[in-house]
Design a binder for this molecule. Structure first.
Ligand SMILES: [Zn+2]
Length: 204
């Protein structure tokens, strides 16, 4: 089973003012205490061209159509939360939109977890108060995430095979993007989800 990180779905708008976030932070280290940053997302679409998977800041959103497919396929490691869909002031339907109204969208909450070596992020001290480590992006991480997507010289995202819980989507401990299995990618391909490109991660 191959694994991938960064699906690079298109950004189609921005997080809106009705968005509610989980703000409770550790008083000592300032880490977020909830694993999920958003309580409820409002996503303001600038346009819609039939995309079923879109990206916001620190979140992936799926259309009602894709949510139903992912549920039917019983993919593991994800759950869904309703979001508020709003059209921006200059919103446009584009020619590839497959229906005349913008669909409902849901946040994919990644509940799967796994572990990997500290390559893109270096683990710092563990906080006495909340037991969470601090994370600092490494030079390799900057190369991998900030520089060109197809840069071949970067260390791929790495996952310990022994730590995998057979989930199709999972997060590592560090703050980088989640990992998706080949199984997950194949469902996206079969369902003709648009504009999704991905990068292989590596078992170690
Ligand atoms: Zn803390």
């Amino acid at each position: 089973m191959k694994i991938y990180t960064s699906l690079f779905p298109p950004i189609k708008g921005e997080i809106g003012p009705k968005t509610e976030v989980n703000e409770s932070k550790c008083k000592t280290c300032n880490s977020l205490l909830e694993s999920n940053f958003y309580k409820k997302i409002e996503y303001v679409f600038d346009d819609w061209n039939g995309e079923d998977l879109v990206k916001g800041i620190g979140c992936y959103l799926v259309s009602d159509r894709l949510k139903r497919i992912l549920e039917d396929k019983k993919l593991k490691g994800i759950s869904f939360k309703e979001i508020i869909v709003t059209k921006g002031d200059y919103f446009k339907f584009k020619s590839k939109a497959y229906q005349e109204e913008i669909p409902s969208f849901f946040e994919i909450v990644i509940v799967g977890t796994s572990k990997g070596p500290d390559t893109w992020f270096k683990k710092g001290d563990i906080c006495n108060e909340c037991n969470k480590p601090s994370w600092a992006i490494s030079t390799e991480g900057i190369k991998a995430m900030v520089k060109s997507q197809d840069n071949q010289d970067v260390i791929p995202r790495q996952v310990y095979r022994d730590s995998w819980n057979n989930e199709d989507a999972f997060k590592l401990e560090d703050p980088a993007d989640p990992i998706f299995t080949e199984n997950f990618i194949n469902v996206l391909k079969e369902s003709k989800v648009k504009d999704v490109t991905y990068k292989e991660a590596q078992w170690v």
